[in-house]
Design a binder for this molecule. Structure first.
Ligand SMILES: Cc1ncc(C[n+]2csc(CCOP(=O)(O)OP(=O)(O)O)c2C)c(N)n1
Ligand code: SF4
Ligand SMILES: [Mg+2]
Length: 309
């Protein structure tokens, strides 16, 4: 009897670095951004991920969406965990082959993990930190963070007075983390949005080429928190950049190396804000109109400050 031929399946399967099937809301800007980051990082990477929506939705025990070595740290200590991983890789002589990345939301980056992030930057370690900025503590119900923009409604910003003019919604200006990162003498600092997915990838690639600490902050719309439709993360990310409210910037060795220009005239902030339920109160009455003018001033200030036209 002739021998049956052994059929060898030569088809290679490539495991996605961040797989679908995670538990994030449909249309989550953060997951979209994280996929771009993961694809740009490639498999020779170790990620320390702070607590938050990205961590919770991608790693419900015993499942994981990550095709990259990935560890969940505490909410506040992803940078310290990343430093430990880098020290271990150095010990094994593998720190030049494998990139260490720490990542988290704006709550862990701007506020609760800031001390440990500042310490990591002070040490000048060759670690990339990525902040997915959805401008609130989304995972616990959209509480305000240091990244919440002026005038935005959250679950912890009651109507009140304060700041330059009376505000409904947050009356604190967004903390300037880009300036704070630059003040630490970082080698590479960049800001971008989900409106420009290829820009996210390009900035991650540039950060990888940088020897030394790097920071990338990505505006990542949150569907229930911003009260937007699930298909709007890209459009809203584009408008944030095009109005000047969230400029796309890149600093190399402390110098502004590239920026994406806005149109002349730039779209008004109303176009960006009216798509989002968190700003609905701005479109009611004379007080709302006054707030809109104040937010327009913030965008115009950015356009002047970074010469975006
Ligand atoms: C020390 C500590 N404080 C608070 C929490 C509760 N907590 C878990 S996730 C989270 C919100 C995360 O917000 P952010 O970092 O902006 O990420 P997002 O969920 O918005 O993506 C909070 C407050 C915690 N786990 N640990
Ligand atoms: S709550 Fe917001 S950040 Fe969290 S998974 Fe949903 S869309 Fe994403
Ligand atoms: Mg957040």
């Amino acid at each position: 009897m002739p021998q049956a031929k052994t059929i060898i399946n030569k088809t290679k399967t490539t495991q996605p670095l961040l797989s679908p099937g995670h538990r994030a809301c449909a249309g989550c800007g953060q997951l979209l951004a994280a996929r771009m980051v993961a694809e740009s990082l490639g498999p020779n990477t170790v990620i320390a991920n702070a607590t938050g929506c990205l961590e919770v939705t991608t790693s419900p025990y015993p499942e994981t969406s990550w095709g990259i070595p990935w560890i969940h740290s505490l909410f506040e200590n992803a940078p310290a965990v990343a430093s430990g991983i880098l020290a271990a890789l150095k010990q094994r002589g593998e720190d030049k082959k494998i990139k260490v990345v720490a990542q988290g939301g704006d709550g862990s980056t701007f506020d609760i993990g800031f001390g440990l992030l500042s310490g990591m930057w002070e040490r000048g370690e060759n670690i990339l930190y990525v902040c997915y900025d959805n401008e609130a503590y989304s995972n616990t119900g959209m509480q305000a963070s240091g990244a919440t923009p002026w005038g935005s409604n959250t679950t912890t910003t009651p109507a009140g007075t304060g700041g330059t003019i009376d505000a409904i919604g947050s009356h604190q200006r967004k903390k300037d983390m880009i300036a704070i990162a630059l003040a630490h003498g970082l080698k590479y600092v960049a800001e971008t949005t989900t409106g420009y997915l290829m820009d996210i990838k390009a900035k991650v690639k540039k950060a990888l080429e940088t020897e030394g600490p790097a920071y990338i902050q990505i505006l990542s719309p949150c569907v229930p928190g911003w009260r937007i439709k699930p298909d709007q993360a890209v459009l809203i990310g584009k408008l944030a950049a095009q109005t000047g409210l969230y400029p796309q910037l890149e600093y190399v060795n402390g110098e502004l190396a590239s920026k994406t220009k806005v149109a002349d005239p730039a779209p008004k902030v109303d176009e960006y804000l009216k798509a989002q339920g968190r700003f609905a109160h701005l479109f009611k009455g004379p007080r709302g109109a006054e707030q809109l003018r104040y937010i327009q001033d913030i965008a115009d200030e950015n356009i002047r400050k970074y010469s975006l036209r």
